[in-house]
Design a protein around this ligand. Structure first.
Ligand SMILES: [Zn+2]
Length: 60
């Protein structure tokens, strides 16, 4: 139902399972703050069997 919206976003997938359903992680620690200075942000895979946390360039 939101396919048109998601297609306008950057193609960002979980590096572990390849799932495209990833969201910005809300947990901001010191490392996250440092990485945000170089445009790298934490993401979390929404696949309930994975839940992998990773960093990716840019905001979605
Ligand atoms: Zn995943």
């Amino acid at each position: 139902m939101l396919s048109n919206l998601s297609k306008t976003q950057v193609d960002r997938k979980c590096p572990k399972c390849g799932c495209a359903e990833v969201v910005r992680s809300q947990r901001i620690d010191l490392t996250d703050r440092m990485l945000s200075l170089i445009n790298v942000y934490p993401y979390r895979c929404q696949k309930h069997t994975c839940k992998n946390r990773f960093e990716s360039f840019g905001k979605a």
